[in-house]
Design a protein around this ligand. Structure first.
Ligand code: AMP
Length: 187
């Protein structure tokens, strides 16, 4: 049976968002990206967007309390009943614990954790290129370094938290090859 409740873990710049979106489309399940939700809220100038702005511009994490509520509401949307790909959440141990208890309440469980990885050099290079192309304010070099540090400190430990479910995939190979490998793992 295809695994349809999947968490994508990986450092900024590894291609997590791109892959999560492609795989979700292939599997016909929603791609839930907390970064995308926050960026949209910022563009629309909602209270959530205003609260998140300063943290995002520094490359820091938005507080768990904000993210947990957001994900709780999103996972209860009917479109998420049959499966989902979580991209960018959880990002801290406390978010991971919150998710466990939320999924318990929803009688759901995580089927797989895809850990996309690449070397710091590859990541920095990709992030700088993306900053030029998209003009993302959270992508100047100092902010990029901070995002990578925050990832190492707060999010990388989740690889251990989920060790029984984790499948490591090299994110530095070609886009198509990475997608294919992820699909093989989930099928
Ligand atoms: P992303 O597009 O996933 O790299 O997220 C962009 C930014 O949104 C991050 O650098 C954080 O500031 C914020 N963000 C996204 N997801 C989370 C999360 N789960 N917890 C805290 N902050 C988050």
């Amino acid at each position: 049976m295809v695994k349809t409740r999947v968490i994508f873990l990986g450092p900024p710049g590894v291609g997590k968002g791109t892959q999560a979106k492609l795989v979700a489309e292939k599997l016909g399940i929603p791609h839930i990206s907390t970064g995308d939700i926050l960026r949209k809220a910022r563009q629309e100038g909602t209270p959530l967007g205003l609260e998140a702005k300063a943290y995002m511009d520094r490359g820091d994490l938005v507080p768990d309390s904000v993210l947990n509520g957001l994900v709780e509401a999103r996972l209860q949307n009917p479109d998420a009943a049959q499966g989902w790909i979580l991209d960018g959440f959880p990002r801290t141990r406390s978010q991971a614990e919150f998710l466990q208890s939320l999924l318990g309440k929803l009688s759901q469980g995580v089927a797989a954790v895809i850990h996309l990885d690449a070397t710091t050099n590859v990541l920095v290079e990709r992030l700088l290129k993306r900053a030029q192309l998209e003009g993302r304010t959270d992508d100047d070099e100092e902010v990029i370094r901070n995002r990578l540090d925050v990832y190492q400190k707060e999010t990388a430990p989740l690889v251990d938290f989920y060790h029984e479910l984790v499948q490591v995939i090299d994110g530095s190979s070609s886009l198509d090859h990475v997608t294919q490998q992820i699909l093989e793992v989930l099928n």
